[in-house]
Design a protein around this ligand. Sequence first.
Ligand code: HEC
Ligand code: HEC
Ligand code: HEC
Ligand code: HEC
Length: 173
Amino acid sequence: MASGQYRPKTQWLLVGAIVVVTTLTTLGAIYYPWGLGPRQPIPFRHRIHAGTREIGCLLCRPGALHRSVAGMPSEQTCLLCHSRIIVHHPQIERLRRSDRRGEPIAWVRVSNLPDLAHLDHSMHLAAGVDCGRCHGNVKGMDRFVLHQDFNMGYCIQCHRENNATHDCFACHY
Ligand code: HEC
Ligand code: HEC
Ligand code: HEC
Ligand code: HEC
């Protein structure tokens, strides 16, 4: 008889667990359809572009070559290819509308340092430091996600290994 009192409880626990798991998985799939980083206004996939199609990082981020910031691509940059490729894809039509209206797509910036510290992309590129050293395997990511925390120890450690600067004012000004 004792076990008869337990059974309904166990069943409800099981049903509860299934409901919770299903809800979480569904919500996860809605909010993170390709896993990884934050949602972007247009579901751009690095894996398809930088991975499968082997498009170089600098085509869309030319800033990294000469400036401190890598920069966000303009709609015109995307349209370099997409005025010919999958022109009728719904996301590409959104892109074109955005371009016609002169309303830039509000890409969500993921890599950020606090205001007190600065990093110059071009100097790292000139020194032969690959994007992936700091940003991870972007070619394998659908939505970009932070590879690691950009804390001071992280910067200093690589600077030590490469005889790069330790001067406080190189990074803080
Ligand atoms: C030495 C590490 C390092 C390397 C190498 C590096 N980045 Fe960055 N990147 C950062 C850090 C740190 C930030 C945040 C900078 C800030 O907030 O001022 C950042 C920011 C960015 C951003 C967003 C903000 C911006 O600057 O426009 C993009 C895009 C970016 N990096 C792309 C690239 C690409 C593409 C490459 C290779 C060509 C590259 N990065 C190489 C560390 C690096
Ligand atoms: C150098 C060329 C090139 C550039 C620049 C480019 N793309 Fe693409 N894009 C492609 C190719 C190739 C495909 C694959 C098309 C196919 O599947 O037939 C693609 C596919 C896509 C897709 C649909 C595939 C998917 O992910 O489901 C979207 C959306 C997209 N690109 C958005 C963008 C956006 C936004 C930009 C600008 C930030 C951009 N692309 C820049 C070449 C490019
Ligand atoms: C993977 C290694 C690596 C990492 C990680 C790294 N750096 Fe560097 N950094 C270098 C190298 C190499 C140079 C170039 C040294 C040279 O040319 O003398 C450099 C140069 C610099 C310079 C220019 C220094 C000067 O001479 O004026 C700044 C500023 C800088 N890094 C900031 C940062 C910051 C901030 C971070 C962390 C967010 C960081 N770096 C992370 C390797 C790295
Ligand atoms: C290679 C680049 C680099 C150099 C050199 C560097 N820092 Fe930093 N520092 C950073 C970065 C990046 C941060 C932001 C860390 C974070 O957000 O976790 C930081 C953060 C700090 C902070 C704030 C810590 C906090 O928790 O808010 C202080 C204070 C600081 N640094 C002092 C110094 C001093 C003093 C020196 C010289 C001895 C120095 N830094 C040299 C990159 C550097």
